[in-house]
Design a protein around this ligand. Structure first.
Ligand SMILES: O=C(O)CCC(=O)C(=O)O
Ligand SMILES: [Fe+2]
Length: 122
């Protein structure tokens, strides 16, 4: 649970864009934290890269999006620009804290498949 020691919050405001095909909201990236919890409004635009294809993450009222994959490497994602209206999102980044730590962190053993148990953590 040390991975929850640091919490950073970024609020995004994406203005409506008359020509969204010419620009991107946020370019392709993966988050460097342990897990990101994202609140997005109803506009949409968030996409994740899955098997080399961009997949929409449709907004669902009252829901939060968790950005990670099951091995603690953040999935690549981006946000499209849109002309419908401004889009607002709030991203909470959970990490080990602001200062670099000498602690070595690894996946929770119970969550690993048999063939991954006992392998060194990098
Ligand atoms: O606005 C979004 O939906 C995503 C924001 C994001 O990817 C980030 O802050 O790292
Ligand atoms: Fe992100």
């Amino acid at each position: 649970m040390d991975c929850m020691e640091g919490l950073g919050i970024i609020s995004h405001y994406y203005p409506a864009c008359p020509q969204p095909e010419l620009i991107i909201g946020i370019n392709k990236h993966s988050d460097g934290d342990f897990i990101t919890v994202l609140l997005q409004d109803h506009i949409g635009g968030l996409q994740v890269l899955h098997h080399n294809q961009w997949i929409d993450v449709p907004p669902k009222p009252g829901s939060l999006v968790l950005i990670s994959n099951d091995k603690y490497i953040s999935v690549e994602h981006r946000v499209l620009a849109n002309k419908v209206g401004p889009r607002i999102s709030v991203a909470c980044f959970f990490s080990t804290g602001a200062s670099p730590s000498s602690k070595l962190y690894g996946p929770i053993a119970e969550l690993l498949s048999e063939d991954k148990k006992g392998s060194p953590v990098h």
